[in-house]
Design a binder for this molecule. Structure first.
Ligand code: HEC
Ligand code: HEC
Length: 494
């Protein structure tokens, strides 16, 4: 009896000691970076699956092929969409997102609470550009089974390959020695493994950017004058207004500065002819309302809405937006600034008429968000930001790049990249126009003794009477987005 009790006590103390050691190694791992071998067993399996090309029908595609760890788990090339399928000839339909900073993503809801605490609830959360996967595990089965991606015929197909893999024993150690006897169970374990890997490995959320040093008041975090001006523009409701969607404040579960509020908005990125699916004029990728669980006509208020992505590491991307239409960060910023003032730079002109919002059928264009900087102002009116503002904004966005990929940020001075067809003449004309406008603004500013940058912003910004630029206006709009049949969740607003 006594011996048994002593043995029990010994076991318990050994267990406690082991837990303490484990916790200590865990916290030192969190402090000191991430040797992969210290991940949990499931996460270690996930790390092996992530790079395993044999899990694709072509034998040439792993998660890491599209989500390249050397490129912040985003694409390494500038293709709008990647090729996949059994012989690597089938194109995708959307640009590959980075997998960094996804760990705080909540499941999708039509009426999700907005982390900023002031916006009315609206569509938010979820994985992929349309939010259709609730968890990282649920997401992982999409590429494994998609005919134009890893193209496995079935979960059993994946499980057979796992069973023959070099890490089959590790898989058994992580999920049980008989895990392969139940196909559904084994497949789910693989998905869980991928989720554990993405959640546990700090390489998916290193917080090692210059911005993090700045935010933590650490050495190396002093912003240059241009970066600081860019930060102000980002946060300025009358100029960039970027923070309104790419929210950088505190959010759920202790997260902070993720540069997204996880909300969905329609900003009407131009149609991209580089996506083969777009050759069919009746095909439209409409985001949420293209999801099988959001059928038309009920889901019409969701058409055109895509997830607001984080802007961390955006500066190293070579394609931007859900359809990869834009090819440089500067071009994205020019789009935000001149979509409404110079729509002809972005959308095709047919018989002298600019086909504005050409990738969203007319009946859904009321869903387009009316906030600054895309506030729907008249063509030909001054844009909300100056060219210098855009240069500063880009400098600030560069600071959101993690240390391991910082050398991929182009250090070349930002070249104006106006329009999607890159017409040099138009670019020059618009530059001259902007310079002209700026000089007039400066002249005006000097006459009334105000900071030209401020005047520049208000001249195209808040004083315009019909402008909808506030968060409140957006909230009012949001209430329209409530999906029929899904009552707002009571009491969720802070
Ligand atoms: C052929 C390229 C390709 C491969 C291979 C691939 N993905 Fe993706 N991944 C994409 C694209 C494209 C999207 C966006 C899909 C969409 O919006 O419908 C995406 C989205 C994601 C997302 C959602 C990110 C977000 O911002 O919400 C996660 C997570 C992800 N992939 C993980 C994986 C994992 C894990 C694997 C391996 C099992 C994998 N991917 C394999 C192309 C790929
Ligand atoms: C009304 C909400 C909203 C505002 C305001 C906003 N964005 Fe966005 N942003 C989005 C959405 C939604 C997307 C994805 C759109 C798509 O792909 O169709 C996006 C995409 C982007 C992308 C592409 C990221 C990628 O991974 O491809 C960049 C860069 C970006 N925004 C920067 C900015 C900047 C800079 C500002 C301020 C000048 C800004 N945004 C203002 C909602 C917003």
């Amino acid at each position: 009896m006594g011996t048994v009790r002593r043995l029990t006590r010994l076991t318990v103390s050994a267990w406690v000691a082991a837990t303490v050691v484990f916790a200590a190694t865990e916290s030192s791992r969190l402090r000191a970076g991430t040797p992969a071998q210290q991940l949990s067993l499931p996460a270690q399996v996930g790390a092996r699956i992530f790079v395993d090309k044999s899990l694709s029908a072509s034998g040439q595609l792993a998660c890491a092929t599209c989500h390249d760890p050397a490129h912040a788990y985003g694409p390494s090339n500038d293709l709008a969409v990647q090729l996949g399928g059994p012989d690597m000839s089938l194109p995708g339909t959307r640009a590959v997102p980075s997998l960094r900073y996804k760990d705080f993503t909540q499941p999708y809801a039509d009426v999700a609470v907005n982390p900023d605490g002031v916006s009315a609830p609206g569509p938010g959360g979820g994985f992929t550009w349309d939010g259709r996967a609730d968890t990282l595990a649920a997401q992982a089965q999409i590429p494994l089974l998609a005919p134009n991606e890893m193209a496995n015929a079935s979960p059993a197909d994946v499980v057979n390959k796992l069973q023959r893999s070099a890490y089959a024993d590790l898989f058994r150690a992580a999920f049980g020695s008989d895990v392969f006897s139940d196909t559904a169970q084994a497949f789910q374990s693989a998905l869980d493994a991928l989720q554990a890997y993405q959640l546990e490995d700090d390489d998916f959320h290193p917080y090692s950017s210059k911005f993090d040093l700045y935010a933590d008041n650490k050495i190396g975090g002093t912003l240059t004058a241009s970066e600081e001006r860019g930060r102000e523009i980002f946060d300025d409701p009358n100029r960039g207004n970027c923070f309104a969607c790419h929210y950088a404040g505190a959010a759920a579960n202790g997260s902070s500065q993720l540069f997204t509020d996880f909300s969905f908005e329609a900003i009407s990125v131009p149609r991209n002819a580089d996506i083969p699916a777009n050759a069919d004029p009746t095909y439209f990728d409409m985001g949420i309302c293209s999801r099988p669980d959001h059928p038309l006509p009920d889901s019409a208020p969701f058409c055109g809405m895509f997830k607001t992505p984080t802007l961390r590491n955006v500066a190293i991307r070579k394609v931007f937006f859900h359809n990869g239409k834009m090819k440089s960060l500067h071009q994205v910023l020019e789009f935000y600034n001149t979509r409404d003032t110079h729509p002809e730079l972005w959308y095709p002109t047919v018989n002298g008429v600019v086909q504005k919002f050409d990738d969203l059928p007319a009946q859904y264009q009321a869903n387009i968000d009316p906030q600054l900087p895309l506030d729907g102002r008249a063509a030909g009116s001054p844009p909300p930001m100056s060219e210098q503002d855009l240069v500063d904004l880009e400098a600030f966005l560069d600071t959101l790049t993690d240390a391991d990929v910082a050398n991929q940020v182009s250090s070349a001075p930002a070249v104006p990249a106006l329009g999607t067809n890159g017409s040099a003449v138009r670019t020059l004309m618009l530059m001259l126009l902007t310079v002209g406008l700026l000089s007039v603004t400066r002249w005006g500013a000097s006459r009334v003794g105000r900071d030209p940058r401020q005047l520049g912003s208000t001249s195209g910004g808040a004083n315009r009477p019909c402008m909808v630029s506030t968060r409140a206006a957006r909230s009012a709009l949001r209430t329209r987005y409530v999906r029929p049949g899904s009552p707002p969740r009571p009491g969720r607003l802070a």
